[in-house]
Design a protein around this ligand. Sequence first.
Ligand code: SF4
Ligand code: SF4
Length: 74
Amino acid sequence: MDKFKVAIHKDRCKGCGLCIFYCPLNHLEQSDCLNKRGVKFAVESKKNACIGCGACFFICPEACIEIYEGKKKK
Ligand code: SF4
Ligand code: SF4
């Protein structure tokens, strides 16, 4: 089980892809479907585990990413 979890607010995401681009582990990717804004939103992939670096949290212009370590919010 991953130590860190990322929660992405699906319908607030504008699909800019910044979090996907800046994640050093390629842990994020585009969804296959569209959200309420009509864009492919960011989702967690199963490729690599999240290390909780916070890059996606700080880069997101819509503030729709939260990072959790275990049960505790970072
Ligand atoms: S916290 Fe870091 S490793 Fe985890 S998804 Fe965000 S950018 Fe990637
Ligand atoms: S940076 Fe934010 S708005 Fe842009 S794709 Fe990622 S979650 Fe969506």
